[in-house]
Design a binder for this molecule. Structure first.
Ligand code: SAM
Ligand code: SF4
Ligand code: F3S
Length: 444
């Protein structure tokens, strides 16, 4: 009989991709995926360590699982992801309910660890074996058939921003072989995938050398462009330092690359960017923005902001606000600085909590109003939407426009996987609402 595995995923797109690949792997040793919390023989928690209390969230979640399985047979409990990498042995000592701790660069060992599992022996796998990991997964079919799917091209980070744990949890930068990425993309397209988002911690730092040719993310985009069944290409998360001319050029040559870029800046103050070790200035960021807008004025931006980084004065904060107003980001993430163990910024003096909360509120108020303004601009217009699925329990479809806005509309489910024109009737901050347009109407 098949055993069932349940994976709960926190964190970024990379964790989402990894969880799917873990499913692909454990399937080979007889595990099937269950969506039910209380029905698993193996429970995997794929964790994120990026901000505060990450560790506590994990123990809290394990406590919940313990209660659920109180009167049932205990499943094998695996903690995976970035907290697993950062905390490793500590977790096994603190919470005996956990059986296995496995870091992101050791997932190729998961089948072996499960096959050899013994209730009496706890296991920890946290080596940085990135090459072996990708070699292993290259031999396992990617079964994702979501209309919009992620594809990891690069992992890890060498930039060491002073606030960030990623270089410690994901290890050094590694770019996958060009041909392996393209064959995985082909697999996805054969599964029915219509939109591929290339992902990596520094996705545009992708660089792979073979026979003296260096392949960049621009080469991947150009190659993906050739698949006629693929309708859209995106990438995330990019770093301003790696927005090279060849990538910028793709916005004039590619018909499938979407006109929406998530390009984190973190702060609008050069002083703070320097303190963060971001290695780019506000002016360099604006230069990228201007170049892209010149190529195509409909390109829009979203970003990440860290509010109240140690040393941020009222003036520095106002510089961030001015930048947000100037660029008119259409969708962004903002969080108060959270000291992470082991990072350079963890020892610095924090800004008063009340001031930080006020700054965050002010930032989000502006970001959210810009988002709403953008959404309102679609009202009574026709927009192109890639239809992803039928909504649960509703007679409506769900899809996304070029700018990743959720769009909910009336229409036939035969449209799933197609790019259709939707007439927008109303909106809120997060979503657009409408109906499929008559033929012959032209999208704005
Ligand atoms: N590599 C991307 C870049 O450099 O822009 C970002 C990747 S990181 C996983 C995602 C976001 O988390 C960052 O852009 C930053 O805004 C946020 N972040 C990272 N460390 C943080 C910290 N210590 N406190 C608050 N936010 C943090
Ligand atoms: Fe973290 Fe900076 Fe690397 Fe992004 S570039 S993953 S923020 S260290
Ligand atoms: Fe979190 Fe690790 Fe992603 S810390 S944001 S899951 S790379």
């Amino acid at each position: 009989m098949n055993k069932k595995v349940f994976i709960k995923t926190f964190g970024c797109q990379m964790n989402e991709y990894d969880s799917n690949r873990i499913y692909d792997s454990v399937k080979k040793i007889g595990f099937i995926k269950t969506e039910k919390y209380d029905d698993a023989n193996c429970y995997i928690l794929n964790t994120c360590h990026i901000r505060d209390k990450a560790k506590e969230k994990v123990y809290h979640e394990i406590g919940r699982v313990k209660k659920i399985y109180n009167k049932k047979k205990k499943p094998i409990i695996i903690v995976a992801g970035c907290v697993a990498q950062a905390e490793n042995q500590e977790m096994l000592k603190r919470e005996p309910y956990i059986d296995i701790v496995i870091g992101p660069q050791s997932y190729h060992k998961i089948n072996q660890v499960l096959k050899n599992f013994s209730e009496k022996e706890k296991k920890e796998e946290t080596d940085f074996d990135t090459i072996q990991k990708f070699d292993y997964f290259d031999k396992i079919k990617n079964t994702s058939n979501k209309i919009s799917s992620f594809l990891t091209i690069q992992e890890g980070c060498d930039k060491f921003c002073h606030f960030c744990v990623v270089p410690f949890t994901r290890g050094p930068e590694y770019s996958r072989p060009f041909k392996k990425i393209i064959s995985e993309a082909e697999e996805l397209i054969n599964n029915g995938v219509k939109e591929i988002t290339l992902i990596g911690q520094n996705v545009n730092a992708y660089s792979y050398k073979e026979n003296s040719k260096i392949y960049k993310i621009s080469n991947l985009i150009n190659e993906l462009e050739k698949f006629s069944e693929l309708k859209r290409i995106r990438y995330t998360t990019s770093h301003p330092r790696d927005m090279t001319e060849d990538l910028i050029e793709c916005y004039s040559t590619s018909k499938k690359l979407m006109p929406f870029i998530h390009l984190p800046i973190q702060s609008g103050s050069n002083k703070i960017l320097k303190l963060m070790n971001r290695r780019h200035t506000v002016e360099e960021y604006l230069d990228i923005y201007n170049k892209l807008k010149k190529i195509n004025s409909s390109i829009e931006f979203s970003s990440d902001f860290i509010i109240s980084y140690p040393g941020e004065t009222e003036q520095d904060f106002n510089d961030t606000i001015q930048l947000i107003k100037k660029i008119k980001f259409i969708n962004s993430y903002s969080f108060i600085f959270s000291p992470r163990p082991g990072t350079k910024a963890s020892e610095l003096e924090l800004i008063d909590e009340k001031i930080s909360k006020e700054r965050l509120l002010k930032t989000q108020k502006i970001l959210f109003s810009q988002q709403l303004e953008m959404n309102k601009s679609f009202k009574n217009k026709l927009i192109n939407v890639l239809v992803e699925n039928k909504m649960d329990g509703q007679n409506k479809l769900f899809g996304r426009n070029n700018y990743l806005n959720s769009t909910i509309f009336k229409g036939d489910k035969n449209n799933i996987g197609k790019v259709v024109k939707v007439e927008i009737e109303s909106c809120n901050q997060n979503s657009l609402f409408g109906k499929i347009a008559h033929k012959n109407m032209k999208a704005a």
